[in-house]
Ligand binder design. Structure first.
Ligand code: GBH
Length: 468
């Protein structure tokens, strides 16, 4: 049996996470503007199952139910995002007060319940109007985002202690602008690298503009993927390091170490066949770095990498291959690697010392649905959760300054291009009725949060709602 982990500090934040577009619905309510995701979702085949986010979890109306669940579980933090297009319906200029009113109610109600709001500004739902300048591929996005950040901090800055400017710049760059699998559906390498850069530049500009308006801590959330070589060969080792530059260091280094990694900049310039000087201008790196109060880490899995020849569909000399040996997987086949999670946290502390880390996402798809007893026995999610909590405890014991954990996700929700099939929630949502059911994982997580670390667990006994 795993011993109760005592390494978590007493003020460690145990929470859960969502994002606006994935849960809210009510896309036309109270003056919300259109976002790039409505346009993208209308394209045939863009969303698996043909769904859209018109209703999702109906959380724009049921947010009180969501907060009741957080209270019932005894969680101490809620990471959620503001819908950019509710606050800046036209992208620039006019601020929609009704949008801010909505989030102010949520923040005040969270605080009244003793739950720390962790507020994300951009979780991918950019106002459609900003596509006139290419969206994130255009440098105008930096000023637009800063206006939005100022509006948010002006209203909420006195009450919000944790701000996340950007969620997963690499996913925006890759899926939004390189592969076109997410909004706005662009497929262009030069646009992709520009988009990633502008997301970071907007982080820096927003931090500076928000400082006078909030004493809260401001950071960005990166999805980090440890890159492991597929074999002992030097070529695969090089592939793994290259891929680490593409996924991880391209964002970590400018945020926390003063500038882009030279090796990856070369890879990019080779791939686009020219210099990046017009995109990454003099002074830009100085405007990104040295400003983050903490790092948000979204961790799901790793990537096993092998050397490969670049080609039309492969801009860089590496490719993802699966693990060869025995490795546990989620229902969707994602490799479960808690040891790599611990090692990643230790590496971050070593390579970027002095930066507090919040694990802002971590979770697993499990094909759960209620059984005849009306309960959801998601044992595999419990195992995933426990092994990653153990990894965090080990990282803390090794000296990593971890300040909190917001599990992805509080609710089953709209999983972007994959629609409603993948269920990531601690809480089951019936998308026809909006009904919410606490899964066994939610009940077990409540025990972990209450104890402040791992507690004994017997897979044969389902936890009980009465224990809350
Ligand atoms: C995070 O992305 C996101 O921040 C969050 O919104 C999301 O719900 C969560 O993880 C779970 O995915 O078949 O092309 O749609 C992590 C990266 C991006 C990994 C979407 C899975 C599906 C690829 N995720 N990706 S695609």
């Amino acid at each position: 049996m795993v011993q109760p982990t005592s390494s978590f500090p007493s003020d460690f934040l145990w929470g859960a996470a969502t994002s606006a577009y994935q849960i809210e619905g009510s896309l036309d309510a109270d003056g919300r503007g259109r976002s790039v995701w409505e346009t993208f979702a209308e394209q045939p085949g863009a969303i698996e199952g043909g769904g859209d986010a018109a209703i999702a979890c109906d959380s724009y109306r049921r947010w009180g139910d969501d907060l009741d669940i957080l209270s019932q579980l005894g969680l101490g933090a809620y990471r959620f995002s503001l819908a950019w297009a509710r606050i800046m319906p036209d992208g620039r200029g006019r601020v929609n007060a009704a949008g801010l009113d909505h989030y102010e109610r949520i923040v005040d109600e969270l605080l009244a319940r003793g739950i720390e709001p962790v507020v994300t500004l951009n979780h991918w739902d950019m106002p459609e109007a900003l596509m006139a300048h290419g969206g994130w591929a255009g440098r105008e996005s930096v000023d637009a985002f800063t206006e939005y950040a100022v509006a948010a901090a002006d209203r909420l800055g006195d009450r919000v202690n944790w701000w996340i400017t950007q969620n997963e710049p690499w996913i925006i760059q890759l899926l939004g602008y390189q592969l076109g699998l997410h909004a706005p559906g662009v497929r262009d390498l030069r646009s992709a690298v520009a988009a990633g850069h502008h997301v970071l530049l907007a982080h820096g500009a927003a931090v500076d503009a928000m400082r006078p308006l909030t004493r809260g801590r401001i950071g960005a959330a990166l999805n980090l993927l440890p890159c492991v070589p597929a074999s002992d060969s030097p070529a695969d080792a090089e592939a793994a390091w290259g891929s680490d530059g593409y996924v991880n260091r391209w964002f970590l280094d400018p945020l926390l170490a003063g500038g882009y990694p030279a090796d990856m900049r070369q890879h990019w310039e080779r791939a686009i066949g020219g210099s990046l000087d017009a995109v990454i201008r003099d002074g830009d790196e100085a405007a990104i770095g040295g400003r983050s109060d903490f790092l948000g880490v979204n961790f799901y899995t790793h990537r096993v990498m092998a050397a490969a020849e670049p080609g039309p569909d492969r801009p860089f000399p590496w490719q993802v291959v699966g693990s060869t040996g025995e490795v546990a997987r989620t229902d969707e086949g994602t490799e479960i690697v808690p040891g790599a999670f611990r090692d990643l946290l230790v590496r971050l502390h070593r390579d970027y010392p002095g930066v507090p880390i919040m694990v802002t996402e971590n979770g697993a798809i499990s094909g759960d649905s209620p059984t005849h007893d009306g309960r959801v026995h998601d044992v595999r999610r419990i195992r995933y959760l426990r092994s990653h909590v153990q990894a965090m405890g080990d990282a803390i014991a090794a000296g990593v300054p971890l300040v909190g954990y917001t599990h992805w996700s509080l609710l089953d929700n709209f999983e972007w291009a994959l629609g409603y099939r993948p269920r990531f929630g601690l809480v089951y949502v019936d998308f026809r009725t909006g009904e919410r059911i606490l899964k066994d994982s939610a009940l077990h997580y409540a025990e972990i949060a209450r104890a402040g670390g791992l507690v004994e667990w017997d897979a044969t006994t389902a936890p009980s709602v009465d224990s809350l």
